[in-house]
Design a protein around this ligand. Structure first.
Ligand code: SF4
Ligand code: MG
Length: 321
């Protein structure tokens, strides 16, 4: 298949007064063109950092990032400028990411001016109107300010802005988490329509598994800087194998799941990603933990076609439980 993005052994460590924070700690995955990879995990698991490192908004500590076959960590300034047009980001809180002193048309038009993709005012205004149509924003809103609009409309502005440079790949960082549930579905539908229409590839970051269930082709579950499970979406929901994924799924209201699962409580606190100890990072919270779990980092192994799990005891755990 045609991979648009591949990351290998990606790491992002930060120096902190308490020691090295292993925010992203050896992550591997790829995304096929036109598909959506959901990245799911609790806050602090490194999912947003992964997105920012891939876009080179943060520099990786180690590892490779291939976009359309080229290692973009080696790109110079000129190559990066072009790459900025191909790779975009949609943020969680559209209000925080939009300049409050700019009108809707200025916000959407700004990237076009910075990247010199329009040559005069008329072209700019036509392009802005086109983008507003694309995301379902009325042109009556051209000269309004973000604070005058509701969350759904503000996120549509964020999406229009991200689309203005005609990107191929978009990191969507919790794009509906700040929205009312009733608005979430509208924005998700819009994003799916746009994906089809424009052939976009998405990396969709969320703490909420139910949001990505129907949207993602594949889902990767992240815990303390590492992927613990990755599978086609339907497989992950039907047959979760990592104890952490099981716990996350068991927290989703039963009505939205085919299989009834007993609620698995997550015990204990999230371990610190600062100077992590050897062994499984989920051990302190795992209902199945055994002494051997502290012997080395569990590797992400393929247990069936496209289904990867990082757990020392994966073969001993009961399925569908
Ligand atoms: Fe739980 Fe052990 Fe598997 Fe880690 S390796 S998830 S502690 S069973
Ligand atoms: Mg985040």
């Amino acid at each position: 298949a045609d991979k648009i993005l591949e990351v290998r052994n990606l790491k992002k460590h930060f120096k902190t007064p308490k020691g090295m924070l292993h925010a992203v700690d050896g992550v591997n995955f790829s995304i096929e063109k036109g598909k959506t990879l959901g990245i799911v995990g609790e806050s602090g698991c490194g999912k947003s950092t992964t997105g920012r490192v891939i876009l080179r908004l943060l520099e990786a500590t180690d590892g490779d990032i291939f976009f359309e076959g080229q290692n973009i960590r080696e790109f110079d300034k000129n190559q990066m400028r072009k790459l900025r047009e191909d790779m975009q980001i949609i943020f969680q809180d559209p209000f925080a990411s939009l300049n409050p002193r700019m009108t809707v048309s200025e916000i959407i038009g700004e990237p076009l001016i910075i990247h010199k993709l329009v040559s005069n005012k008329k072209e700019l205004s036509e392009k802005v109107k086109e983008l507003m149509d694309l995301v379902g924003l009325s042109q009556r809103l051209l000269n309004t300010y973000p604070h005058e609009l509701d969350g759904g409309r503000r996120q549509r502005i964020g999406i229009a802005r991200a689309l203005s440079l005609n990107p191929k790949f978009i990191v969507c960082d919790e794009p509906v988490s700040a929205l009312d549930v009733s608005i979430q579905a509208q924005v998700l539908n819009l994003m799916q329509d746009l994906q089809q229409k424009l052939g976009l590839t998405f990396m969709f970051i969320t703490h909420d598994l139910s949001v990505v269930k129907h949207f993602s082709d594949d889902i990767a579950v992240m815990y303390l800087g590492q992927l613990v499970e990755k599978a086609p979406s339907a497989v992950l929901f039907k047959n979760p194998r990592h104890p952490y994924t099981k716990a996350l799924l068991s927290a989703i209201p039963v009505a939205s799941l085919k299989h009834k699962m007993d609620r698995i409580e997550l015990r204990g606190e999230i371990t610190s990603p600062i100077n992590p100890e050897e062994g499984c990072r989920f051990a302190k919270r795992c209902a199945y933990v055994r002494p051997e779990c502290s012997h080395g980092d569990p590797a992400l192994n393929e247990i069936s076609d496209g289904h990867f799990v990082a757990c020392h005891l994966v073969d001993n755990l009961v399925q569908n439980k």
